[in-house]
Design a protein around this ligand. Structure first.
Ligand SMILES: Cc1cc2nc3c(=O)[nH]c(=O)nc-3n(C[C@H](O)[C@H](O)[C@H](O)COP(=O)(O)OP(=O)(O)OC[C@H]3O[C@@H](n4cnc5c(N)ncnc54)[C@H](O)[C@@H]3O)c2cc1C
Length: 274
């Protein structure tokens, strides 16, 4: 029962989850002990007690509802809060200071900039932990909190599936981490900012650095595996790299590259990305 709440998990369920709009970022479970992540969306594991508990006190509408990137968001307010007002405002890029292209010694997905920035940030003690996507069975990914440079390097490369990166912020804060870097897709970065705007009131010494990735869409892992087998005759667990660029889907296995058109992957796209 969500007495006294106008939204709460019920609101999230009706407005977002049942409409297939959940991006599976994990923001809602990050600070709520009543929720857990199911295989494709959050689920209520026990009745919501309305307790104000944990690092982040539950809000009037329910923190799960407030921090969801798909519920109403005051984008302008978030921009004012987190982006330098002196930046350049661009219709497509949003607000930025400077655009540069780079390539690093770490052979990542597209030049290794993300991994290199994370490693440098940990080495220079700008971050006391980072949240990255670790590859697991097939070509799936799970979020991981680490401050170990070798572990960070191992998480380089894009896993084109939805990985609930934001679910780990609460755990990092509970573990006493205060300078946290998070890598994520745009939905995830939006959720991080929504969390951060609330969190700063409760734990002001928190510094969260976001590293956003360009993203058009992500895929359902199981469909990704079966469709790849059907289209390319490949078991994704044996792939060393997947690249989606310039309209093509390319999988590398033992140094050999297998390609098909990205349009063939349409049915694997997460409903929320549409
Ligand atoms: C689902 C998805 C779709 C994307 N679509 C596009 C696109 O359409 N166009 C485009 O230009 N770029 C896209 N990207 C970004 C691109 O694939 C590269 O991640 C980016 O260019 C950074 O390259 P890099 O070599 O610096 O990264 P690396 O140094 O290789 O590091 C990659 C980082 O991404 C993190 N990561 C990997 N998978 C995920 C995941 N599923 N969720 C969150 N973090 C993850 C890893 O933890 C690592 O920190 C997409 C990324 C994802 C995850």
């Amino acid at each position: 029962m969500l007495k006294g709440r106008s939204k709460g998990f019920e609101g999230l369920n009706v407005e977002i989850i049942e409409k297939n709009l959940c991006s599976y970022c994990g923001a809602c479970v990050s600070f709520c002990e009543h929720l857990e992540l199911g295989p494709d969306a959050p689920v209520l594991k026990e009745e919501c007690s309305l307790d104000k508990e944990g690092v982040l006190k539950c809000s009037e509408n329910g923190t799960c509802y407030d921090v969801c990137p798909m519920t109403e968001t005051d984008i302008e307010g978030l921009e004012k809060m987190f982006l330098d007002s002196k930046g350049i405002s661009d219709e497509h890029f949003g607000i930025y200071k400077k655009l540069i292209a780079g390539k690093t010694a770490i052979e990542g997905q597209d030049g290794g900039m993300v991994t290199s920035m994370l490693v440098a940030g940990v080495e220079k003690e700008l971050f006391d932990c980072v949240i990255v996507a670790e590859r697991v069975d097939g070509y799936n990914a799970v979020p991981k909190i680490t401050a170990d440079v070798e572990e960070i390097k191992k998480t380089k490369g894009t896993k084109y599936v939805q990985c609930p990166m934001v679910s780990k912020i609460g755990e990092a804060v509970k573990r006493g981490k205060r300078k946290i870097a998070v890598v994520g897709t745009p939905c995830e970065i939006r959720a991080v900012r929504k969390i951060q705007s609330v969190l700063l009131k409760e734990v002001p010494q928190i510094e969260i650095t976001t590293i956003g990735l360009f993203c058009f869409e992500s895929f359902y892992h199981d469909k990704f595996v079966s469709k790849t087998r059907e289209l390319l005759g490949i078991d994704l667990s044996s792939a060393s790299k997947i690249q989606i660029a310039k309209g093509e889907y390319e999988v590398t296995v033992n140094g050999n590259r297998y390609k098909t058109k990205i349009t063939h992957l349409e049915e694997m796209v997460r409903a929320s990305c549409r």
